[in-house]
Design a protein around this ligand. Structure first.
Ligand SMILES: C[S@@+](CC[C@H](N)C(=O)[O-])C[C@H]1O[C@@H](n2cnc3c(N)ncnc32)[C@H](O)[C@@H]1O
Length: 295
């Protein structure tokens, strides 16, 4: 019921006309580019969005800690997200995590790919605690922690990185999408990927209201939601962007006891896909998304 009300209100307020689907990006819909854009896009951007098939039930070994601070109902979604992160073998390659927080994700990645070189960036000196703990145990020596602004990648050479990624990071960096897109594209090698995992989406008005209450209660100054327009803007210098939407039905399961949560969340994900097969525009109203930019 909460889901139906939220989608109803979102559609009612967001689109003046019920049948106007132009604002929902269809699969393979080219994103118009203006020649005046200073980023001088090289090819036409293709924006695609979907609810991915039911995510794997099991986590890639060693990645559990990287999402342990998120609601347990999101666990299957993180299984999927980390599958996306580990899509290519990173041994012999360079990866950069933006806004790494404690650094649990890079520690898991560094252990899985000991032959990789991983750079983790966060703005606070006290961030990266899990990296320091791993280093003190003699582990994850292939990670370097850099304290600084994720928008400033001047210390990295052009076309020197295979993968740039962030978890719950883009919504902290979307205040300057132009710089972010220019910097990340510059450092990525041709064929490289820019991957943002589990970002909060803002098209669903009920979800946005719930998040606003959390932001107000906890005085979270730099929290924001993302929109497809943000991805289109960020995608301008890239070839293609794929949005994997999640949590249309599952968002409202938060707080369910853990014994029930995983199977209910997977059911909710299947329900999302069923809804999308009837109404593809529903992907816009998922509460979270993985966003993949292809260089
Ligand atoms: C929601 S936390 C996510 C942390 C981690 N990726 C995770 O999933 O647990 C956001 C992180 O972004 C960092 N951050 C925010 N703005 C930043 C910026 N401009 N440059 C670098 N880090 C930033 C914060 O310090 C914080 O650690």
């Amino acid at each position: 019921m909460a889901l139906l009300i939220s989608v109803f209100i979102s559609r009612l307020i967001d689109g003046a006309a019920w049948l106007d689907t132009r604002r929902v990006p269809a699969d393979n819909e080219p994103v118009p580019k203006t020649t005046a854009d200073p980023r001088q896009p090289t090819a036409s951007v293709i924006l695609t969005s979907d609810f991915p098939a039911a995510p794997a039930a099991t986590m890639i070994p060693g990645f559990e800690a990287a999402c342990a601070h998120y609601p347990v109902t999101d666990f299957p979604l993180f299984c999927h997200a980390y599958g996306e992160l580990c899509r290519e073998d990173l041994n012999g390659k360079t990866a950069v995590e933006l806004a790494c927080g404690r650094g649990d994700l890079v520690v898991a990645l560094a252990k899985r790919y000991p032959g990789s070189c991983i750079i983790a960036i966060d703005r606070y000196p006290e961030s990266g605690a899990s990296i320091r703990a791993a280093h003190s145990r003699g582990e994850a020596q292939n990670i370097k922690y850099v304290c600084g602004d994720a928008q400033d990648l001047a210390f990295l050479s052009d076309a020197s990185v295979d993968l740039v990624f962030g978890q719950a990071a883009l919504h902290h960096l979307a205040n300057d999408v132009t710089t972010l897109s220019l910097q990340t594209r510059r450092v990525l090698k041709p064929g490289g990927r820019l991957l943002f995992l589990f970002e909060p989406m803002g098209h669903n008005w009920l979800v946005s209201c719930v998040r606003s209450i959390q932001v107000a209660r906890h005085e979270m100054g730099d929290e924001s939601n993302l929109f497809f327009s943000t991805f289109r803007e960020l995608a301008l210098p890239f070839e293609r962007v794929h949005v994997q939407s999640f949590n249309l039905c599952g968002y409202f399961l938060k707080g369910i006891p853990s014994s029930w949560a995983t199977s209910l969340a997977r059911f909710a994900n299947r329900l999302d896909r069923a809804i999308a097969s009837i109404w593809p525009g529903a992907t816009k109203f998922g509460a979270n998304a993985n966003i993949i930019f292809f260089r």
